[in-house]
Design a protein around this ligand. Structure first.
Ligand SMILES: *[C@@H]1O[C@H](CO)[C@@H](O)[C@H](O)[C@H]1NC(C)=O
Ligand SMILES: *[C@@H]1O[C@H](CO)[C@@H](O)[C@H](O)[C@H]1NC(C)=O
Ligand SMILES: *[C@@H]1O[C@H](CO)[C@@H](O)[C@H](O)[C@H]1NC(C)=O
Length: 588
């Protein structure tokens, strides 16, 4: 506030050469600056001259704490407001920016010739989106954009290593991206093996292979009949040109769930996301086959979000890069009147490749979904304690190059439920690739108190300095993630990854919601406060295995919560019983 008042006091309005609004005289203040180019990226060339960039400007949400407080009340099974989810209008009101911020940002954009009619605003006004030539963005943000190349997969992105805003806007803008955001969500499906595998559905060994019937037995959903019209829906978020195939799903059902043979999914296009049936994606197919196979006949919706196409800076006509797929998708889903009550996403990134201010704002959007009664699940990652990176690096990026474990985002956001991976049965143990650890951005939420402290006691001083003792721990829960039988382009494959675990867990949550809705109860919504209190008794605690990485053995699974398998894997019937027990309880 102080800097703003000072700036206004000195404001002298210069006459702009165009018809645009006058611009207060100002200096720039640095908003974000990276100590070094994020691991793996190489500065390639200046941004292509005619490249245009879709800037997303996040205005502060002065009442966010109030939204957060209400979210925790309605998600706490011991609170009298439990289950009283908020409407879109209520949530919008709680994240709306100050009028003054809106006015100042509008005037600033106007002064650059960007009038109201070219601005795209979120319904609460907390995000303003505008597409500008990169040269204009450089002038507005006093920065330099370059094309950066990723060494392993030939991806190019256009980013800046630092950016600034006019001093008088400092308290009125939280974040502007894409600038310093080098993160790219990656599908958490690590391996495809055994192409053309000739497994006979009747001869499956559930000790080594995951199929629908293996999972139904293991997680105790066998025999449960959901009601198609109960209203329970499962949403599956897809990015990076991953398309889910109807014919592969049909073939999958023929093999592994014959009674669902006529089952399908709804396709939803976000930001022009396509539904190209000629190039099905392995991640998308895995997600719809297991999400649908476990929750059939409940309605599944597949969201195809366009964004982040690679740009080729050398070519004469580089494709424009859409800003950032999570934001595209979140903006879309928050605008829906009735989003699915459970949403699963199998894409993750290393937390440190995502600027902190940006991560906080994206995380706040997950809180908005939670407040509306949506359970948001993310796979935890496939690199063990080394996160989700290719190529792996466990050196700190502050210039000191100290060895440290790498947490993943969005899993590290306290308002999502992070799902790690297990394998084998009798006993089920942690899959070695299951990512888990402690956030450097988000402090430990209250609902984890006790659970995480017990694990830290168990750990003692092992790995001191390599992880953040005060950070949010991940994952929250887990499910099988190894050797899932899938159909891709008509062929049988076996695939592994926390990618498989997230839709499995999410589909079971949608079965629980089916049960609740049929009993006239509210859906589960934001899961964690319930999971870490009452729900934990309905989970199978995983006691064996660990998640090696960074040249260490990683964390070990043990009794209670651990940063490999969380609180454990679901036991559907036990979870349902726990919900029935609390029915009619008169709490305050
Ligand atoms: C699938 O649909 C066809 C055609 O409507 C019907 O004959 C068949 O019984 C259905 N199969 C199942 C398993 O519901
Ligand atoms: C890039 O975006 C600009 C502005 O929206 C548009 O005029 C141009 O056609 C786009 N270029 C490509 C290759 O899509
Ligand atoms: C550890 O996490 C806290 C948030 O809980 C954060 O404020 C702090 O900066 C983190 N430390 C490091 C070294 O990243």
């Amino acid at each position: 506030m102080v800097s703003c008042l000072l700036a206004l006091a000195f404001a002298l309005y210069s006459v702009a050469p165009s018809a645009a609004a006058p611009r207060p005289r100002h200096s720039f203040v640095v908003k974000d600056s990276l100590a070094e180019i994020p691991h793996g990226w190489i500065q390639h060339s200046p941004a292509p001259e005619h490249y245009s960039i879709k800037l997303r400007i996040g205005l502060p949400q002065p009442n966010f704490r109030s939204l957060e407080a209400q979210l925790y009340e309605i998600s706490n099974p011991n609170h009298h407001n439990y289950g009283k989810h908020l409407s879109k209008e209520q949530v919008d009101a709680l994240v709306a920016p100050h009028k003054e911020s809106t006015q100042l940002v509008d005037d600033w954009l106007e002064s650059h010739g960007l009038s109201q009619d070219v601005l795209d605003k979120s319904s609460s006004g907390d995000w303003v989106t505008v597409t500008v030539p990169v040269s204009k963005a450089e002038e507005m943000l006093d920065c330099e954009y370059h094309a950066y190349k990723h060494p392993t997969d030939d991806d190019f992105i256009v980013r800046a290593q630092s950016y600034s805003v006019p001093d008088y806007l400092q308290g009125h803008i939280d974040v502007i991206q894409p600038t310093t955001m080098f993160g790219r969500p990656k599908a958490m499906r690590s391996t495809i093996i055994n192409q053309g595998l000739g497994l006979d559905p009747l001869g499956v060994d559930c000790h080594t292979t995951a199929t629908i019937s293996c999972l139904q037995k293991l997680y105790n959903t066998e025999g449960y009949q959901p009601l198609k019209d109960s209203g329970s829906r499962l949403g599956i978020a897809g990015y990076l040109k991953e398309y889910a195939s109807y014919s592969d799903l049909k073939q999958f059902y023929e093999n592994w769930r014959p009674d669902a043979i006529n089952g399908t999914f709804d396709f939803v296009s976000v930001n022009g996301g396509l539904n190209d049936q000629s190039t099905p994606g392995g991640e998308a197919n895995l997600d719809v086959q297991y999400g649908g196979g476990i929750s059939f006949p409940l309605l599944n919706s597949y969201y195809s979000t366009a964004g982040s196409p690679p740009v080729i800076p050398d070519s004469a006509t580089p494709s424009n890069q859409s800003s950032e797929p999570y934001l595209e998708w979140l903006t879309f889903i928050l605008n829906e009147a009735n989003p699915p009550q459970v949403i699963t996403t199998s894409y993750d990134d290393n937390e440190r490749t995502v600027p902190k201010d940006y991560a906080i704002r994206v995380c706040n959007m997950f809180a908005q979904l939670g407040a509306r009664g949506v359970s948001v699940l993310f796979s935890s990652g496939d690199g063990g304690v080394a996160g989700s990176q290719t190529p792996p690096s466990c050196e700190s990026n502050d210039g000191k190059k100290a060895k440290q474990f790498i947490p993943t985002f969005p899993s590290s956001c306290p308002f999502v439920t992070s799902v790690g991976a297990t394998y084998r049965i009798e006993p089920e143990i942690a899959a070695p690739f299951s990512s888990g650890g402690f956030s450097n951005y988000f402090s430990r939420p209250e609902y984890q108190n006790g659970h995480v402290d017990s694990y830290l006691d168990f750990l003692g001083d092992t790995y001191d300095g390599m992880y953040n003792k005060s950070g949010r721990g991940t994952p929250d829960v887990s499910a099988q993630g190894q050797n899932f039988q899938v159909i891709d382009s008509g062929k049988k494959y076996s695939t592994s990854g926390a990618s498989a675990s997230a839709p499995t867990f999410a589909a079971i949550v949608s079965l629980i919601n089916d049960h609740l809705l049929r009993n006239g109860q509210a859906v589960l919504g934001f899961l964690n406060p319930w999971l870490y209190s009452i729900g934990a008794d309905g989970l199978n605690d995983i006691l064996g295995g660990s998640n090696p990485g960074c040249g260490t053995m990683g964390f070990s699974a043990t009794q209670g919560w651990d940063p490999v398998t969380g609180l454990g894997t679901p036991d559907f019937k036990k979870l349902i019983d726990l919900l029935s027990d609390s029915e009619g309880d008169d709490d305050q």
